[in-house]
Design a protein around this ligand. Sequence first.
Ligand SMILES: *[C@@H]1O[C@H](CO)[C@@H](O)[C@H](O)[C@H]1NC(C)=O
Ligand SMILES: *[C@@H]1O[C@H](CO)[C@@H](O)[C@H](O)[C@H]1NC(C)=O
Ligand SMILES: *[C@@H]1O[C@H](CO)[C@@H](O)[C@H](O)[C@H]1NC(C)=O
Ligand SMILES: *[C@@H]1O[C@H](CO)[C@@H](O)[C@H](O)[C@H]1NC(C)=O
Ligand SMILES: *[C@@H]1O[C@H](CO)[C@@H](O)[C@H](O)[C@H]1NC(C)=O
Length: 369
Amino acid sequence: MIRLSCALALVILLCCTIFSEPVAARRSDPSLRSLDNKRRLEAKKRWESSPRRRSGASDARRARDTSAPPGVKNITFMNPMASKFYVDGTKIPLVDFDVGPSWAGLIPIGGAADETGKLFFWLFPPGPEGSPDDLIIWLNGGPGCSSLEGSLQENGPFLWQRGQAVPTPNQWSWTNLSTILYIEQPIGTGYSQGNPTAKDENDIAQQLVGFLQQFLEIFKELKGKNLYLTGESYGGMYVPYLANFIYENTTRATLDLDLIACWMNDPTIGWPVVQSQIGAVGFVHEFKRFFAFNQTFLAHLDSVASKCNYANYTEKYLMYPPRGPLPLPGTSTVNDPNCDVWDEIEDAALYVNPAFDIYHIGDTVSALL
Ligand SMILES: *[C@@H]1O[C@H](CO)[C@@H](O)[C@H](O)[C@H]1NC(C)=O
Ligand SMILES: *[C@@H]1O[C@H](CO)[C@@H](O)[C@H](O)[C@H]1NC(C)=O
Ligand SMILES: *[C@@H]1O[C@H](CO)[C@@H](O)[C@H](O)[C@H]1NC(C)=O
Ligand SMILES: *[C@@H]1O[C@H](CO)[C@@H](O)[C@H](O)[C@H]1NC(C)=O
Ligand SMILES: *[C@@H]1O[C@H](CO)[C@@H](O)[C@H](O)[C@H]1NC(C)=O
């Protein structure tokens, strides 16, 4: 069985504390209100001197070459609704440094007054070296993994990874270079709200586009940006379906973003048997110093790999250019009976090393202490 796990429990533990301060309390503080006004005035100047491009991809590309003079990188938003989502970067619980401004909260997936489906997002503006022209959307996988996993453990402005006692700034944060929008989706994931009704990736893409339409009405300054769709793991399904939905079902009049590119890390793009089982035994041999398996077990894995047609699959089919679609090694898209080397390997690895992590095979208990 394929395991696309996520560190959801940790993420939920962290986030229950992060957003515990009621937004309303902050808003009613007059000094913060005037700060919001100051930010809106700054925004006005900034976006007036950097004209929006509304006309389409080729215009957008031209505009990028002759782009507006590099100026203030602080992004602020004119719509008073936006201030309701403002996160004060000095007040994130347990984070003892200033994360900078960001915006987070719930936005509905449609414009109807009775829409109950809402997605949770966290938006970070670019750092001083970053481009104000781009918007990156990040989606974790699962399905059902919180995209805050990517933010808090992988590419966000502060990290709280396994083995860290406290959060630390991430000097490699993607937010250094671009505006990043982390979205918890589909409905049913993380802090998102409503009844999970999506039946396939097209439904999920439709929810996301509905969310983006509502989002852009609040964060209007992000309209017309170059859009990059990114994600990992099951995001390998979300990203291309979302891109396709944007191409087939929206226009610049209904979704004012200029979709430029997609990027997926460690993506799910095929059958579990091909993506997980077939490569597993070769991987164990390649990285044997991390697994420390005994000879008996290694011989057993080799014999299963051979019996289940995993052994020579890579040489036969993984070539460029491909001969055609990758065939199944047996009859199942997951694994035939007695051909589940993936779980055998993970169980044995955990037996030798209780801290074994499929995403970070070098972890040991002592390394995490
Ligand atoms: C951007 O925001 C930071 C933090 O609020 C502030 O110190 C800085 O002066 C601002 N930069 C500009 C150019 O307004
Ligand atoms: C990212 O930005 C932070 C804060 O401005 C800076 O300290 C860090 O060096 C930057 N990282 C890179 C790789 O440039
Ligand atoms: C999206 O566009 C495709 C192709 O035109 C169409 O078949 C599909 O019904 C559309 N979906 C929605 C939700 O509008
Ligand atoms: C795989 O290749 C090896 C050596 O090329 C060969 O000995 C073995 O029989 C092959 N196994 C299968 C299952 O075809
Ligand atoms: C070899 O490893 C397997 C898998 O962890 C284990 O079940 C078995 O007991 C080990 N055999 C010896 C002789 O240590």
